[in-house]
Design a binder for this molecule. Structure first.
Ligand SMILES: Cc1cc2nc3c(=O)[nH]c(=O)nc-3n(C[C@H](O)[C@H](O)[C@H](O)COP(=O)(O)O)c2cc1C
Length: 219
């Protein structure tokens, strides 16, 4: 079982290396390069489930230590964005926690993907309507967003809001997730996002800050 998931994972990563590596390639039509409007109320909503330690060679790579602090990859990106923009933070958590080892996590994620599941969320964002710009962060799981992200998009009304996506992956880039977001939220405006390979997350701060300037959300 463990071997199966390890091999599948390696397969994904290798294919990803072939397919990737331009995170810019998959920009859906209508994507804005700059966040429209001024005087924003910003929310940074993100899902991050670092691969637990001590399981295999992949495990440590999903955890990032910066200045002595331990983060998940997406969690770290969210922290940089939060610090720079002053936006409110919301970590998207599921009611049922995920398994504490890689094989079981991979198996559950695969099962959820295949059954098109909508895992229940424990995170509730009471004042979601107050925000006009929502940074949405997620890791790539089995070539797509974790299914909890689908629950998230189902739960909240993004009509009229600006979505700024950010993501971390193990080699497969956005994996078509930007197109999925535009399908799920046709009445929102999508702005150019930021995708970082997990191996580069610990050194990603400068690039993230540059991107935030490029999209006009910080000076
Ligand atoms: C269940 C699972 C499936 C994954 N599937 C992919 C994948 O299809 N493509 C990819 O590039 N990386 C994949 N990864 C790697 C994660 O996207 C990567 O480690 C990411 O940095 C994790 O972010 P986090 O630590 O914030 O959760 C997968 C990781 C897990 C745990």
């Amino acid at each position: 079982m463990k071997k199966y998931y390890l091999l599948s994972f390696l397969g994904i990563v290798l294919l990803g290396v072939f397919l990737a590596c331009s995170d810019e390639e998959e920009v859906p039509p209508g994507t804005e390069t700059v966040v429209p409007g001024t005087d924003h109320n910003i929310l940074i909503a993100y899902f991050s489930e670092p691969i637990p330690d001590g399981v295999d060679a992949n495990s440590s790579a999903s955890r990032v230590v910066v200045d002595g602090e331990l983060y998940g990859s997406v969690e770290y990106m969210a922290a940089v964005i939060g610090e720079a923009t002053g936006g409110d933070m919301a970590r998207i958590r599921t009611a049922q926690s995920y398994p504490g080892n890689y094989d079981d996590l991979a198996a559950q994620a695969d099962e959820e993907r295949q059954s098109d599941a909508r895992p229940e969320l424990s995170t509730v964002i009471e004042n979601f309507d107050d925000y006009d710009v929502v940074f949405v962060g997620y890791p790539i799981w089995w070539y797509q967003m974790p299914m909890a992200m689908y629950t998230f998009f189902d739960t909240y009304d993004f009509a009229g809001k600006t979505i700024v996506p950010f993501s971390s992956h193990g080699g497969s880039g956005w994996s078509g997730t930007l197109g999925v977001i535009t399908e799920l939220e046709p009445d929102a405006t999508l702005v150019t996002g930021r995708s970082v390979s997990r191996g580069g997350v610990a050194e990603s701060e400068e690039g993230i800050l540059q991107w935030l300037q490029d999209i006009g959300i910080v000076e």
